[in-house]
Write a protein that binds this ligand. Structure first.
Ligand code: AMP
Length: 532
C-alpha cells in the first residue's frame, strides 16, 4: 500500500464541531428587533443546532430536504443553519424583500418542507400561506404566535444527536437570485464549496480573521450565505455580533459596545452608519476592517474609512460565486504608495484568491489580454462557482471548460486586478437589491401614451443606483412623469418605481432594433437625479 491521507469529508458539521470544541466560549451576540440583547457562544450555537437537527428529524425531515428561513440576522438563524445542514438538510434562505409572486414561486420551486420565520414577517407569511404547496411546518424564530417557536422545539430535545454523515459534494444551502427577466434561479451550495470558501475568506489577504476578531455581518443572512461569514468565523473562532435590524444608530452602538473589529455590507449600509455618526459622535471604536461589496464601493466612502485608519476590503462576487470572486488585496509595495494611489487600487474590485480564476472575453469568446484596457465579458470558474441552477431544465450554465459568464463587463490589469467597467445584464442594483430594467420597461410601455421606454440605473449617493425611466411619447400624447409613475404603482414593487421619468425624442437602437442600453448608460453616466 502506498499510504496516504484520511478520508475526512469537508462538511459544515466539521466547522461547527471545531468552533464548539476549540472556541466554545467565544461569544455570539444578538441584538433583536425588540431592542433586547441575548448572548450565546459557539458551544451554545452548536448545542442548539444539534437540538434543532433532532427536532427536524422528529418532524420527518430527511437528507436533501429543503428547509426555508425567512429571517433577519440573529443567533437562532445561525443555529438553524448549522442544525439544518447537520441533519443533511438544505438551508434555503429567502429574501423577504422579494414580491409575493417571486416568494411563492421560489418556495414552491424549492419544495420547501419547513419554513422558519421572524415574528416581524408574520403578516407576509399569512398572505402567502395558501399558495405554498409544499410547506408542512411553520416555525417562529422569535416572539409568540400560532406556531411552535424555535426555542420550544430545541428545549424539547436533549441534544444527543450525531450529525448525519455524507459526501462533501452533497448540498447544504440554497439561495435564489432574481436577475434580468423570468423567474428567480436557485444556486445550490455544497458542503465542500462552503468549507473551502470559509477557509479562504479568513486569510490575511482576504478578511484577516482570527480568534480575536469580532465580526458584525451587516450583509443579511439571506444574501449569498451572508457572504460566507457565519462559516468563516466558526473556522477562525471569531466572536460574532448579529443585528436583526439594519439601522445606523443600532449598528454604530453595537460597533462600540461589542468591540466590533470587522464588519461587512453593501455601500448603502455604511452611509446610514456615517450619517448617524456625523449627527452624534464620529467614533469607529475598535473597527479595523470594513468589507464592502455587492456594488462598487464609492471612492468617497473608501477615502473616509481609510483616513480614519480602517482597512477597506473591496470585494466583488455573486450569489453564483458563494459569493467571493475577487478581493482587494494590498500589493507588496503598499507602504511606498501615496494615499491617492492606495485609494485608486481599492476602488478596483481586486484580485482572485487561490481557487478562483477569471478572464475577460470579447463578443466572439476570444480571451482578451490582461492589459488594463481591453474590456470584455467577465468569466469566472472555481470550486465554489455555480455549474447549474437548481432544478433548471436548461441544464448546465457553463461550457466544458467550466467558465461562467457573470454578466459583468470588466478589464483585468497586468497584476491581475479586476475592474468592473459596465454590466451586460440589464439590471439596476439599488441598495444591494436587483431591479429588472426590462420588467420596468415592459410595464411602462403598457401606459397609454407611451411609445417606447428604457430604464437605466443612474448613480445615487444613498442607493448606489436608482432607475431613471426614459420615455418616447406616442404622437400627440399628453402625458406627465407623474402619470407614468401612477400607472406603474400597482404593477411593480414600490421600491422599483423610477426616481425620475424623462421624456426624450428618440432612443438609440442596435441594428436588430433593440434599445442600445450601453449607449444610454454612457449618456446618463453623470446624470444627477433630483432625489440624489
Ligand atoms: P448578487 O448575486 O446579488 O450578489 O449580485 C452580484 C452582482 O453584483 C455582480 O455580478 C455585480 O454586477 C454586482 N457587484 C457585486 N460586487 C460588486 C463590486 N464590488 N463592484 C461592482 N459590482 C459589484
Amino acid at each position: 500500500m502506498l499510504g496516504g491521507m484520511q478520508d475526512a469529508p469537508l462538511r459544515i458539521s466539521n466547522i461547527i464541531d471545531h468552533a464548539a470544541r476549540e472556541h466554545g466560549a467565544r461569544e455570539i451576540v444578538t441584538r433583536w428587533a425588540d431592542g433586547s440583547t441575548t448572548r450565546s457562544n459557539w458551544a451554545g450555537i452548536a448545542g442548539d443546532a444539534r437540538k434543532f437537527s433532532q427536532a427536524l428529524e422528529k418532524l420527518g425531515m430527511k437528507k436533501g430536504d429543503r428547509i426555508a428561513t425567512f429571517a433577519m440576522n440573529h443567533g437562532h438563524h445561525l443555529a438553524a443553519w448549522y442544525g439544518i445542514s447537520g441533519m443533511g438538510g438544505v438551508v434555503h434562505t429567502i429574501n423577504p424583500r422579494l414580491f409575493e409572486e417571486q416568494l411563492v414561486y421560489i418556495m414552491n420551486h424549492a419544495e420547501d418542507r419547513v419554513l422558519l420565520f421572524d415574528k416581524a414577517f408574520e403578516p407576509i407569511i399569512a398572505g402567502l400561506k395558501d399558495q405554498l404547496k409544499t410547506v408542512e411546518h411553520y416555525i417562529l424564530f422569535d416572539g409568540e404566535g400560532d406556531y411552535p417557536t424555535f426555542r420550544e422545539l430545541t428545549d424539547a430535545e436533549d441534544g444527543n444527536f450525531d450529525w448525519v454523515e455524507g459526501d462533501e459534494r452533497e448540498p447544504c444551502g440554497l439561495c435564489y437570485t432574481s436577475g434580468t427577466t423570468g423567474n428567480p434561479k436557485g444556486v445550490l451550495y455544497e458542503h465542500r464549496s462552503n468549507v473551502i470558501h470559509a477557509i479562504t475568506e479568513g486569510q490575511p489577504d482576504a478578511m484577516n480573521l482570527s480568534q480575536s476578531s469580532v465580526m458584525l455581518p451587516i450583509v443579511p443572512m439571506f444574501h449569498a450565505n451572508a457572504w460566507g461569514l457565519p462559516f468563516a468565523c466558526a473556522v477562525t473562532g471569531s466572536k460574532m455580533v448579529f443585528s436583526a435590524v439594519n439601522d445606523g444608530e443600532v449598528l454604530h452602538n453595537l460597533v462600540l459596545d461589542e468591540g466590533v473589529t470587522h464588519s461587512a455590507g453593501v455601500p448603502t449600509v455604511w452611509l446610514a452608519m456615517f450619517q448617524h455618526m456625523d449627527a452624534n459622535t464620529v467614533d469607529y471604536g475598535k473597527l479595523e476592517m470594513v468589507v464592502i461589496g455587492g456594488s462598487a464601493a464609492p471612492r468617497a466612502m473608501i477615502e473616509r474609512l481609510m483616513k480614519a485608519g480602517v482597512y477597506v476590503l473591496h470585494a466583488w462576487g455573486m450569489t453564483e460565486t458563494s459569493p467571493i470572486g475577487t478581493i482587494g488585496m494590498r500589493p507588496p509595495n503598499w507602504d511606498d504608495l501615496s494615499f491617492d494611489q492606495k485609494v485608486d487600487i481599492i476602488c478596483k474590485q481586486g484580485r482572485t484568491p487561490f481557487g478562483i480564476e477569471i478572464r475577460v472575453v470579447d463578443d466572439d469568446g476570444n480571451e482578451l489580454p490582461r492589459d488594463g484596457e481591453s474590456s470584455g465579458s467577465l468569466h469566472v470558474r472555481g470550486p465554489w462557482v455555480l455549474d447549474q441552477y437548481f432544478q433548471d431544465e436548461s441544464g448546465k450554465c457553463v461550457g466544458d471548460d467550466n467558465w461562467f459568464d457573470t454578466g459583468d463587463v470588466a478589464v483585468i490589469h497586468p497584476d491581475g486586478t479586476m475592474q468592473i467597467t459596465d454590466r451586460a445584464k440589464d439590471v439596476i442594483k439599488s441598495g444591494g437589491e436587483w431591479i429588472s430594467s426590462i420588467e420596468l420597461e415592459n410595464a411602462a410601455v403598457g401606459c397609454p401614451g407611451v411609445a417606447e421606454a428604457a430604464a437605466v440605473g443612474v448613480y445615487h449617493p444613498k442607493w448606489d443606483e436608482r432607475p431613471l425611466l426614459l420615455i418616447v411619447k406616442k404622437d400627440g400624447a399628453d402625458l406627465s412623469g407623474e402619470d407614468v409613475v401612477d400607472y406603474l404603482k400597482d404593477k411593480v414593487a414600490k421600491w422599483w418605481l423610477p426616481d425620475e421619468v424623462k421624456f426624450v425624442g428618440e432612443l438609440p437602437h442596435t441594428a436588430t432594433g433593440k434599445i442600445l442600453k450601453r449607449a444610454l448608460r454612457d449618456e446618463y453616466k453623470d446624470y444627477r437625479l433630483e432625489t440624489a
